[in-house]
Ligand binder design. Sequence first.
Ligand SMILES: Cc1cc2nc3c(=O)[nH]c(=O)nc-3n(C[C@H](O)[C@H](O)[C@H](O)COP(=O)(O)OP(=O)(O)OC[C@H]3O[C@@H](n4cnc5c(N)ncnc54)[C@H](O)[C@@H]3O)c2cc1C
Length: 453
Amino acid sequence: MQDAIILGGGISGLTAAYLAQQGGLDISVIEKASHPGGPITSCQKDGYLFERGPNSLLLPAPWVESFIAELGLQDQLQETNPVANKRYIVKKGRPVAVPTSPLQAVTTPLFSIKGKLGFLLEPFRKQISERAGRTETVASFVQRRMGRDFLDYAIDPFVSGVYAGDPHKLILEQAFPIMRGFEREGGSIIRGAIKHKKRQKREGTAYKKRSISFREGLGVLPKTIGRKLGNRLWLNSEAVAVNRVDEAWQVTWKRDGENFEGFAKNLIVCLPSYAIKRIAWSKGISEPLKASPNLEYPPVHSLALGFRREQIAHPLDGFGVLVPSKESPTILGALFSSSLYEGRAPQGHCLLTVMMGGIRHPEFASLSPEKLLPIALSDLRSLVGLEGEPSFYHCSSWPRAIPQYTRDFAPWKETLHSLEDEYPGLHFGGNCVDGIAMGASILSGKRLAETVS
Ligand SMILES: Cc1cc2nc3c(=O)[nH]c(=O)nc-3n(C[C@H](O)[C@H](O)[C@H](O)COP(=O)(O)OP(=O)(O)OC[C@H]3O[C@@H](n4cnc5c(N)ncnc54)[C@H](O)[C@@H]3O)c2cc1C
């Protein structure tokens, strides 16, 4: 019997597996796809290096940096170009730079005078009760504390960029717990953030989060862990059934039409919620899972588009541009990928990554790459002054991209926690539990490995 079987070879499952193996445990990872890493895949074609899924890893804690070094990837690490500090949001059809200094905040055309005043009054606004706060949406929180303008032209596009989601549906406490913590701790976001910073300084835990990638793209991270796991990583293997047999977990998976079976003391589940629900679980586990809510996963298309540099009038001097739902372009946003990291496009060319779909445009889910292209190009013409056609195009479609932390999320997590309490050796993690960012999934894997070590 093994120490642990890990379901799902996304970055959370891989991290858990690697750390558990380093700790001397005997493990196996069961992954349905033909490659490890879930959506984290980088491709090289025609001189372009593009990401099919995530584009940047926001380092959430110093430990993640040491983990990268331990994997031998330190030399590959790429910092974002300093230009990436600049971000654009569309207002009245044009990209407007997000203010980064108090002076810019006063002069920016992004917010109205009323909006700016609303922001200044934030520290003086009342809190709502602890109970009401638990189920408050992101939109309600932001509107209550900072006003409508800030919701429409800062938070709405940001939420779209991170969750491909809707701030009116996401629950603040689940989706952005740090913001809720600021209000709880400081009575206001601004006061809470200042207090938080001071405390970190005092405790010596201050850490400046920053976005990174790798010279070969983010895909090198799961690939490297996959290589280190060797034959302990079962690819093309779909977990189909889990049974509790005596004190052990019996897992059945399918590969090439054949059934395989394994037994382990611990079962670590790093699957999307819909995949967890599809598995045939033994009695006692299947019923609560069936009764738990279905998390929504909106579809996202990621379009990698290559152009000659002179085809685009915009300086592309930033991270990219996000589109608020109030504005008319239908893309969610575009990353200026070749401005962010070196080596993304051939000399004299540039690479843009356009996101389409999300909660805002579920109707795009069924569109083919050929149908999506003219929509994206039309938006880019008005947003960045694009002329002509792309010389490179690749479309990656994620029918179920990112779990939405809506009001269904808390009862879903509660179900998983009560199963963990009831069944020793059963552990859930990954982005349907611990946060949707890549960094959160890495930390989730670390947490899981520590639980079984
Ligand atoms: C288009 C897109 C862009 C994104 N951009 C960013 C970004 O820029 N920055 C960022 O931080 N995050 C980004 N994210 C989010 C981030 O990539 C994910 O949240 C993170 O990679 C999730 O990792 P995970 O291990 O928790 O889950 P997953 O990667 O979803 O892993 C789950 C694994 O389980 C496997 N699986 C499913 N069913 C079974 C089964 N029955 N048996 C065995 N295996 C199964 C799947 O194939 C998958 O590999 C993006 C996501 C998408 C889709």
